[in-house]
Design a protein around this ligand. Structure first.
Ligand SMILES: C[S@@+](CC[C@H](N)C(=O)[O-])C[C@H]1O[C@@H](n2cnc3c(N)ncnc32)[C@H](O)[C@@H]1O
Length: 295
């Protein structure tokens, strides 16, 4: 029954299983069953996204159980082309800014991931890392958009494939700068290769610089930043990152262990810091390189 529903055809069940530890019964049971067997989700079933895909966007169990999957689920944004994918994210109202749309259309995901580049789910990069799902990239760009104006400076922590780093550079324009930091050397090389293939000008002009290092410390050498994007979940918000924000500035960061949320942390022009919980998510941890990938 469910596979006949077009919005369910694109669900990458294997990744769902790995990201959420869903029991194998998911594949053979009604979705309501899987609902109850997902570990790591908040009991209130608050909006939950994973760096792979939107799973629940309704907070009430009293809603028809299919509703989150049918009406609000973002996995159905998959397409056969980069343009189609971005158009689907727009139709789903995940992308509302013209500038975000243009940046994502200008950055073809096929240059950053070998398999299923237009599927709205994460894909393995190797070394214990994934490229995040297109809809999470779109949410991040949308959230940071006011701080991605021409000539602004950005820090992208856990830059992985280099895809989001390129979108960020696209948005801040020729006078802007993006520092990508990644703790796995092989992934730094991969992101360099990917960006070189797609937009060599961004590396030559140093509109993007890529650093091998621990992102939990930020990158003080280039601070302060108008905004900081973090692509992996921190145990708690690292003070080092807040200290490296400009005033005003914004940090977009997943925080938490089993219960993770994206936090938007704003520093105002007077240096006052406020934080807002944006959405529930499941991200890989911001961790030590050898814990993530042992050679
Ligand atoms: C979910 S992936 C996202 C990658 C990238 N944003 C993308 O979409 O291609 C998280 C990334 O964070 C990196 N990472 C994890 N802990 C880190 C740390 N302490 N410092 C720097 N990078 C880290 C991982 O190696 C991985 O590349």
């Amino acid at each position: 029954m469910f596979t006949s529903m077009p919005f369910l055809r694109n669900i990458n069940y294997r990744l769902l299983l790995s990201q959420f530890s869903i029991t194998s019964t998911l594949l053979s049971s009604p979705l309501l069953y899987s609902y109850n067997n997902i570990s790591g989700l908040s009991s209130a079933l608050k909006p939950v996204f994973c760096d792979s895909g939107t799973l629940f966007q309704n907070s009430s169990v009293t809603n028809t159980f299919l509703r989150p999957f049918s009406l609000n689920m973002a996995w159905y944004c998959s397409a056969n082309s980069n343009e189609g994918l971005v158009n689907n994210l727009k139709t789903a109202k995940i992308i509302t800014s013209k500038r975000v749309e243009e940046a994502m259309k200008a950055t073809d995901r096929k240059n950053y991931v070998s398999y299923s580049p237009y599927r709205d789910s994460p894909q393995q990069l190797g070394y214990g890392a994934t490229i995040s799902a297109p809809h999470m990239h779109a949410h991040a760009l949308q959230n940071l958009e006011p701080f991605l104006q021409p000539s602004m400076k950005v820090l992208d922590i856990g830059c992985g494939s280099g895809y989001l780093t390129t979108c960020l550079a696209e948005m801040v324009g020729p006078e802007g700068k993006v520092v990508g930091i990644e703790h796995i050397k092989e992934l730094v090389n991969m992101s360099k290769k990917n960006i070189q293939k797609d937009r060599p000008d961004l590396l030559e002009s140093q509109r993007i610089i890529l650093i091998h290092g621990d992102g939990r410390e930020g990158y003080p050498e280039e601070a302060p930043y108008d905004c900081i994007h973090v692509g992996a979940a921190a145990d708690e918000t690292p003070d080092a990152l807040i200290n490296q924000l400009k005033a005003p500035g914004r940090l977009f960061i997943p925080v938490g262990g089993r219960d993770q949320y994206i936090y938007q942390i704003d520093k105002d022009e007077n240096g006052n810091v406020t934080q807002k919980k944006v959405m529930g998510v499941v991200y890989v941890p911001l961790t030590d390189a050898d814990k993530q990938w042992s050679r």
